[in-house]
Design a protein around this ligand. Structure first.
Ligand code: PAF
Length: 308
């Protein structure tokens, strides 16, 4: 055998590899262009490999890592995208100040066994003549969709684009963004994307605060206050399990609890049907309680499914 080839048992088969490609196999690849990742994914699909995909806006935390682990478990090749998508931010929202740290993300991705990080520029994805959007009807007319009217059009459009670019078999999303997950499932079904969508449970800090890239924007006092989202959900769960059935009474209790906290501003608190997101008056079946609250300038969301 020459110095430049080697026979090895690799990824379930014996293969004669040039040494250079062994190193390539272990290296995490950064891809910035649509063409390059499409070509790579087509090749992987032809080889019969299962591609799993985790789309993110970066600034990775334990919640994202749980998605990556699920993706790693389910697929042969794991692709992570990092793209702070401008079209899902409304005027005056935090697109410019959204936290970014590519070096750290890259290191975390490497440790989680990501094969490819796709990180396109804004121009690569949208150019300057972009004019097609994906807009859903009823699911977007609830919860975050009410106060962020163009948000889910931006999310659905970019996720549809990413699906066409990355060509995954499986895509993994967090349940913390419950409405986003519902919208993506609906879009996948309506537009016949041949992709399996996996939802992963919200990962929480030790005290219960849902992990979010935006938590980094909280000052120490605000970080303490932020816990009121989770505590109000826990209190409501107790009240429902004690027999409370009146949704508006519960919402009122949550409001009083939250606005008594330092620097809070409630965007919405909703008790709704987990499938349609329509408001529920009487709690007789499992319900979704979802809320969005600003703590200082940081907008946080959380949710819980609760059975009576
Ligand atoms: O959840 C997110 O981080 C984003 O909304 C997503 C799905 C990556 C689309 O930009």
């Amino acid at each position: 055998m020459t110095a430049s080839v080697r026979v090895c048992f690799f990824r379930w088969k014996w293969i004669v590899y040039p040494l250079s490609s062994i190193f390539e196999e272990f290296a995490i690849k950064i891809i910035k262009t649509v063409k390059e990742i499409q070509t790579r994914s087509e090749m992987l699909r032809k080889e019969g490999r299962v591609i799993s995909f985790v789309p993110t806006m970066g600034f990775l935390h334990e919640g994202h890592l749980a998605l990556l682990r699920e993706g790693r478990r389910l697929g042969d090749d794991l692709i992570l995208s990092i793209f702070v998508n401008p079209t899902q931010f409304g005027p005056g929202e935090d697109y410019e100040s959204y936290p970014r740290d590519f070096e750290k993300d890259f290191e975390l991705a490497r440790k989680e066994g990501v094969d490819v990080v796709f990180t396109p520029t804004k121009d690569e994805l949208y150019g300057d003549r972009f004019q097609t959007h994906v807009a859903l009807e009823s699911l977007t007319k609830h919860l975050c969709g009410l106060s962020r009217p163009s948000h889910f059009k931006g999310v659905a459009t970019v996720v549809a684009k990413l699906f066409n670019i990355v060509k995954p078999h499986i895509a993994v999303f967090g349940q913390k963004d419950f409405q986003q997950l519902a919208i993506i499932r609906q879009m996948v079904s309506d537009l016949d994307f041949d992709i399996e969508i996996k939802g992963v449970q919200t990962v929480r800090e030790k005290d219960g605060l849902a992990m979010s890239s935006r938590n980094a924007g909280l000052a120490p006092e605000q970080r303490k206050t932020a816990l009121c989202l989770y505590s109000s959900l826990v209190k409501s769960r107790e009240r429902i399990q004690e027999g409370e059935k009146n949704a508006s009474a519960l919402i009122q209790e949550m409001k009083v609890y939250i606005i008594s906290r330092f620097e809070t501003e409630i965007d919405y608190i909703s008790i709704c049907d987990p499938d349609t997101l329509d408001d529920v008056d009487k709690i007789e079946r499992p319900v979704l309680i979802a809320l969005a609250v600003k703590v200082g300038k940081t907008r946080l969301i959380d949710n819980m499914i609760i059975s009576p």
